[in-house]
Design a binder for this molecule. Structure first.
Ligand SMILES: N[C@@H](CCC(=O)N[C@@H](CS)C(=O)NCC(=O)O)C(=O)O
Length: 231
């Protein structure tokens, strides 16, 4: 019998979502334990060497780093999501890393202190999205059946549901394959179940709370964003 799984999480964390998606794809039961990253509990710091979510508890053992968690789950449960061919798998790992780079750019975008930097970071994100568009085929997902690369990009794309509300970049404009991929991921049950029903409102609130250009825009354009959210 497999050891019980506990995923130590944060409500908005895109890296946590990767693990949730893989768990849902494989229909593996787990307990999700959300923590407040602004007030990290001592027990969490003892499990997570870098103080970051996600951490997966497999019985008494803790695993950290989302891609490591996803690969562990992929190797341990159900039908493999990673390609069997080593070269193709290596290529997928490269694009998973690329996805983490896009998440870093998104963080730089929502933290940009002024409009000029916001615009610059927005252009950099758009450039990365255009690079992705150029490698996509004609299927619904990244490369054939749903894979770990899809689990990485679903949380990336989810950000744009809120970012598009206040952005003038047109992140997906002209990127038709990417738009189709985003829609396919949006419709996937595992992706939908990776966040709470009030995720968008939580994300708006998180952005609006920032002393950044995007925070100012959201407070101006979406005043309801500052309304209370359940923690
Ligand atoms: N490379 C890590 C990144 C995880 C990460 O950055 N998690 C964020 C939340 S989304 C975190 O825990 N931040 C808290 C901190 O850095 O203090 C992974 O893939 O698991």
């Amino acid at each position: 019998m497999n050891a019980p799984l506990v995923l130590v999480s944060h409500v908005l964390c895109p890296y946590v979502q990767r693990a949730c998606i893989v768990l849902a794809e494989k229909e593996v039961p787990f307990v999700r334990k959300d923590i407040d990253l602004a007030h990290k509990p001592q027990w969490f710091l003892e499990l997570s060497p870098l103080g970051k979510t996600p951490v997966l508890m497999v019985g008494e053992q803790a695993i950290f780093e989302s891609t490591v968690i996803c690969e562990y789950l992929d190797e341990t449960y159900g039908e493999q999501l990673h390609p069997r061919d080593a070269l193709r798998r290596a290529r997928h790992r490269g694009w998973m890393e690329f996805g983490s780079g896009v998440l870093n750019l998104i963080a730089a975008y929502y933290s940009a202190a002024d409009e000029e930097v916001l615009l610059q970071r927005g252009r950099e994100i758009k450039d990365r999205l255009a690079q992705l568009e150029a490698v996509l085929g004609d299927g619904d997902f990244f490369d054939g059946p749903f894979s770990l690369v899809d689990a990485v990009f679903a949380p990336v794309f989810r950000y744009f549901d809120v970012l598009d509300e206040t952005s003038d970049v047109g992140f997906f404009t002209g990127l038709t394959k990417l738009g189709r991929w985003r829609a396919a991921l949006d419709g996937r049950m595992s992706v939908q179940r990776a966040v709470r029903d009030d995720y968008r409102q939580q994300l708006r609130h998180f952005f609006a709370s920032k002393p950044s250009a995007l925070g100012r825009r959201i407070r101006r354009d979406l005043p309801g964003a500052m309304d209370g959210v359940v923690g």
